[in-house]
Design a protein around this ligand. Structure first.
Ligand code: ATP
Ligand code: MG
Length: 334
């Protein structure tokens, strides 16, 4: 049976990039033929130090963001990773399957570890083995993600293939990435060569799902661009990454194609384009922001929903973990 799994780290407040690259897709994929399982991946977030009080709040805030963006806990399994211990257990098993060299090649590790990579946590290096465990604990067949996670998903496929090969069984599926739409890589508002990230130290680099209308308009107004007028189609934006990014964001938020938008703005500059983009962004995001704050006013209800999701996730993942241990020659849990 087809099964979709994906997750988001509570490593900061969720951004427009997370919404367009992940959350919006998560909601759209519900109700299709595949079962949908969505996770707040707190064990991933702690691969970089997190303040405990802030982390606790961000886990609940992330749950609110999922639901505000349309993920329905009645139609999807929505839960928090560390509350289902099969993830950590399967990750250890995969640490014995994955090779150290695979991990050192990951661009996310290189970016996040920075120059002094010897001082990064061991968890940051092993991050993709935990991600493979998240996905394969459910034998998920497809994973909707942004472009930045493509390399990690290839590693999940490599781990599944090596496990199946090493133990001579067809135990795990080879998962398909779902990287679709015009906003699979939303760029920073300050630097067109960097992706928008919730953990970027500059708040001006991103639009947060909790930003109010004035803040959104101000961040878009200050977004880095060039001085040239807009061309009539995307072919004319080849060497203009910042301009291309803003047009792609407009397109994703308004469900139009980038060329449709450029045909309207041809010959105009950012003085005209940016206020129009701000209007579209506020119209799309303000209902989500409002719904999030409503949901966050009842943290006990969020905890109840996550607890229920964890029970449902556990019921799927536990038998798969036990089977995996059995394949490897480990005694199953009594
Ligand atoms: P961090 O900076 O802590 O890594 P992040 O913003 O990159 O945070 P993640 O939790 O790592 O967010 O990723 C969650 C999902 O959002 C993934 O599917 C990822 O591909 C997607 N995503 C993250 N940033 C972008 C972006 N700029 N554009 C499109 N999708 C994105
Ligand atoms: Mg990330």
């Amino acid at each position: 049976t087809p099964r979709i799994f994906s997750g988001i780290q509570p490593s900061g407040g969720l951004t427009l990039g997370n919404y367009l690259g992940a959350l919006k897709r998560f909601a759209e994929l519900q109700g299709g033929e595949a079962e949908t399982i969505y996770c707040i991946v707190d064990l991933h977030a702690i691969t970089v130090w997190q303040d405990p009080e802030v982390l606790r709040a961000r886990i609940r805030e992330a749950a609110a963001a999922f639901m505000a963006a349309g993920v329905d806990p009645a139609r999807s399994v929505l839960f928090n990773q560390s509350q289902v211990s099969a993830h950590a257990e399967l990750a250890w098993l995969f640490n014995t399957v994955a090779r150290v060299g695979w991990m050192y090649r990951m661009t996310q590790f290189k970016d996040k570890a920075g120059k002094n990579s010897e001082n990064a946590s061991l968890g940051l290096l092993a991050y993709p083995a935990l991600m493979a465990a998240d996905i394969l604990a459910y034998r998920a067949t497809a994973v909707p993600v942004g472009e930045d996670q493509k390399q990690h998903l290839e590693l999940t496929r490599d781990i599944a293939a090596k496990f199946n090969h090493d133990y001579g069984v067809e135990h795990f599926p080879i998962t398909q990435p779902l990287i679709e739409g015009v906003a699979t890589r939303v760029m920073s508002l300050r630097d067109g060569s960097k992706k928008m990230s919730k953990s970027d130290p500059s708040d001006a680099s991103r639009i947060n799902l909790t930003d109010d209308a004035d803040t959104i308009a101000q961040k878009i107004r200050k977004a880095r661009t060039d001085a040239d007028p807009l061309p009539g189609s995307m072919d004319g934006l080849k060497d203009r990454p910042e301009a291309k990014n803003l047009v792609n964001i407009y397109a994703a938020l308004s469900d139009e194609t980038p060329d449709q938008i450029l045909s309207r703005f041809e010959g105009q500059g950012f003085g005209a384009f940016k206020p129009a983009l701000a209007e579209v962004a506020v119209a799309a995001l303000s209902p989500i922001t409002a719904k999030m704050s409503e949901l966050m006013s009842d943290p006990a209800e969020i905890d109840r929903i996550l607890g229920d999701g964890a029970d449902r996730a556990e019921a799927i993942a536990r038998p798969i973990l036990e089977e995996t241990k059995d394949v490897m020659g480990l005694l199953s849990t009594r």
